[in-house]
Design a protein around this ligand. Structure first.
Ligand code: ADP
Ligand code: ZN
Ligand code: ZN
Length: 746
């Protein structure tokens, strides 16, 4: 028998099949999806490869497979091949995402070891113990305890019986007890204690939502749903009851959440409902050992529910019954490095293959997702809308006040705090209620704005804020390449109060200290959150110690319950509005709606103050009442007019390398190739130009942007062009990437 093998390599030239003979003794074991070791090029080293097909004969003279490493399912291999075409990358790169963590090829020698722990057992039977030979009460006490409690660890015995390490050692010497090394699971949940989380009686809306999904489960058909409900409307309860039903049917579930919302609070609810044995968690903060062991537990069907961030979509779940993606609008579901996949698209593919439902949940759905709930004629990508319109525990939505910072400036207030926010913080400090101050900052781009009238410099072609490049002292559009000189006088009102924006949390902290010296403060941003648990620690500290003010970026807004937080202040809502991205309005609306959801989730009513220079921006105005429907209607019109997603896809072809001249030439060559080949598919290819950040780590960066619908035919055409480019030979340190609908345009 012959196996077609793909070599594990990122080299584009190796993105093809090689034939190998399957040794007789492995004939029954090696299948499609096997990870094998094969001799390659010279016979000295073995390379890792993946079997993608098995056949009887080959026309070549072939070498033999040297060893078997792991068996993936055939379904996973199929998925990897589909991904490679869709996301323009090597099959082996995709397969890597599906392998057991900690067993990757390059570290075969230093392969992860199973974790072993010492457990204590009796070494002799009870009758064989000569009590008289036991010196003192301590040894007697220890023996009695161990007899009753075999299989504990040494620290456990010391803890529970109060005997010392020496006592245990001397019993081992006498042969009365034995220490055995046993393999244990590194379980990230092992130390977690949770309160029981009782099933709630569903509201009518929740009931209806569950019923609709259940119907599709009974029909054994793929169906996609959007569970759209304001924060606190009981989406999580719906997830839990759906998962319960799926498990009752003997199947398993995957729940994806944004990395940052994998909080203890959220896990507590699931553990409290299902017990920790049934749950596996996967996220980047786990040690490689923990990830390895969780993966194995899933594979061996010991856990039924996988809760994890983006890459958990590839977990080796057998007998899958449902996939749920919470906060589906979150940008972390899209990978920004190769393979540049979108977990929502992968989920759709997996659910289709398995004829099971896919549930997307959000309070502020992705515009593209919501658009698909309105598709009347197109059936295959239509999403069924499930609505939860009320907060489940009857708490009211917070009162939102929008403050015009231009007016504050006019009355001479040059601090970061408007008169209103200042007053409310003071009140909160007096009442011992907590405050969150939120800095809406994405990326590090700087933009220019008139402090008098709120005018920002925008690209004449794209309706997107221009980004200031200090090095060249130019304003640039990252979409079409338009550039102009920064102005000193506002083109709108003639004022000279032009400001360069870009505020940090640190600066806010300084100002808070100055204005409210008596307040206790805690800060959370990428600088303070680096250690394994410090995200959790900071939030716990804030809650437990009743710290007066929490200052933070995006991280503070996701999925936390702070009963004592009654005030949320958004220091400056504008920065996400002025990012050079067509999603600026959407991001702003999402963030503000989520921040507002942090205030007054329980008995205490919440207040939110949104400070802005653009009080009339519809994204800011509509976030006030969490009016998603109207926001959607306004935004989708704009997208249609400007031809942005969902009306088209944005394709970015990126080039990088050490020689600027070479990269520039290469991009021109690719541009011509794409333009000729994609013209018939109604795709507009724009001229190549330097990337917004045109040099990173001494590598020059160019790129081509194209707009149009990326269908599977378009995919094939682009792949063919790419292959042609590689075959024509490009220099070794030159890199080409293709990303469809990336999160950022850098
Ligand atoms: P979401 O996920 O939409 O933010 P949650 O599921 O967290 O909402 O629910 C918000 C609060 O309402 C939680 O405290 C939850 O326990 C409670 N809740 C949810 N469903 C119900 C229900 N059917 N009856 C009573 N309380 C509910
Ligand atoms: Zn102005
Ligand atoms: Zn432009």
């Amino acid at each position: 028998m012959i196996a077609e093998v793909i070599i594990d390599s990122r080299a584009k030239k190796l993105n093809r099949k090689f034939d190998y003979k399957i040794p007789e003794k492995l004939e029954d074991i090696i299948t499609i999806g096997s990870r094998v070791l094969v001799p390659f090029a010279n016979f000295k080293t073995l390379e890792q490869g993946y079997v993608i097909k098995i056949k009887q004969n080959t026309e070549f003279e072939v070498k033999e497979i040297a060893g078997l490493e792991e068996n993936l399912s055939e379904e996973k291999i199929k998925l990897a091949r589909w991904m490679a075409r869709k996301y323009f990358c090597n099959v082996s790169e995709c397969i890597k995402l599906m392998l057991t963590p900690g067993t990757k090829s390059k570290d075969i020698e230093k392969r992860l070891q199973d974790k072993k722990i010492n457990f204590v057992y009796m070494g002799v039977s009870e009758n064989d113990i000569d009590i008289n030979s036991l010196r003192g009460e301590k040894q007697k006490k220890a023996i009695e305890f161990i007899m009753k409690n075999q299989g504990l660890t040494i620290p456990e015995i010391m803890n529970f019986s109060g005997v010392s390490r020496e006592t245990i050692n001397s019993l081992v010497k006498k042969g009365y007890i034995e220490i055995k090394q046993e393999k244990v699971n590194r379980n990230p949940l092992s130390l977690k204690k949770s309160n029981e989380n009782k099933k709630l009686k569903l509201t009518e809306e929740q009931e209806l939502a569950i019923e609709k999904v259940e119907n599709s489960i009974e029909e054994k058909k793929f169906k996609e749903f959007l569970l759209y409900g304001v924060t606190g409307s009981g989406k999580t309860e719906v997830y839990m009851q759906l998962i319960e039903k799926v498990i009752k049917n003997g199947k398993s579930a995957i729940l994806l959440v944004p990395e940052i919302s994998l909080t203890p609070q959220m896990l507590d609810r699931f553990i409290g409902r299902f017990g920790k044995d049934k749950i596996a968690v996967l996220h980047s903060k786990l040690s490689i050992g923990e990830r390895h062991d969780e993966w194995i537990r899933i594979k061996e069907e010991k856990s039924k529910i996988v809760i994890g961030a983006r890459s958990a979509i590839f977990a080796p779940v057998k007998n899958l019954g449902i996939i749920i993606i919470d906060e589906e609008h979150d940008s972390s579901y899209k990978s920004e490095s190769s393979p540049r996949y979108n977990a929502k698209e992968i989920a759709e593919k997996i659910c289709k293959e398995n004829n099971i439902p896919l549930i997307l949940g959000s309070a502020t759905p992705d515009i593209n997702t919501f658009y698909r709930t309105n598709l009347e004629n197109i059936d295959d990508r239509k999403i069924t809308l499930l609505k939860l319109t009320k907060r489940a525990n009857n708490s009211s939505l917070p009162k939102v006040k929008i403050v015009d910072l231009k007016k504050e400036l006019a009355i001479g207030n040059k601090t970061m705090f408007s008169t209103l926010l200042h007053k409310l913080i003071e009140e909160n400090l007096k009442n011992k209620h907590q405050t969150i101050l939120f800095l809406n900052r994405r990326g590090y781009s700087t933009f220019i704005m008139c402090r008098e009238c709120g005018y920002t410099m925008k690209c004449p072609n794209c309706n997107i804020s221009l980004t200031y490049h200090s090095f060249q002292n130019k304003l640039k559009c990252h979409y079409c390449g338009h550039e102009e000189n920064p102005v000193n006088i506002c083109p709108n009102c003639g004022s000279t109060k032009i400001r360069y924006f870009g505020t940090g949390t640190q600066k806010i902290e300084e100002e808070v200290k100055k204005e409210f010296p008596e307040a206790s403060i805690i800060r959370m941003d990428v600088d303070t959150v680096s250690k394994k648990n410090s995200h959790e620690e900071i939030l716990n500290k804030f809650k437990k110690e009743n710290i007066d003010i929490l200052i933070g970026t995006q991280m503070v807004v996701k999925g936390h319950h702070f009963p004592n937080v009654t005030l949320v202040g958004v220091i400056e809502a504008d920065s996400s509005l002025n990012i050079d991205d067509f999603r600026a309005n959407e991001r702003t609306f999402q963030i503000l709606t989520q921040v507002a959801g942090r205030a007054g989730r329980e008995q205490l009513p919440g207040k939110v103050v949104v400070q802005t220079y653009n009080p009339n921006s519809f994204a800011i105005e509509l976030s006030k009442g969490q009016n998603y429907d109207l926001f959607y209607k306004t935004e989708i019109e704009l997208r249609k007019q400007l031809n942005y997603p969902p009306f088209c896809d944005i394709i970015v072809v990126g080039f990088s390398g050490r020689d600027n001249n070479e990269i520039s030439k290469l991009s021109t060559y690719v541009y011509k190739l794409l333009k000729t080949n994609l013209e018939n598919y109604n795709i507009k290819v724009f001229m190549p130009m330097p990337a917004p950040i045109d040099k990173i780590k001494n590598r020059y960066r160019w790129r081509i942007v194209a707009k149009g619908k990326v269908t599977s035919e378009v995919n094939i055409v682009i792949n063919k062009c790419l292959q042609k480019v590689y075959n024509s030979g490009i220099s070794k340190n030159t890199n080409i990437i293709i990303d469809v609908n990336p999160n950022t345009m850098y």
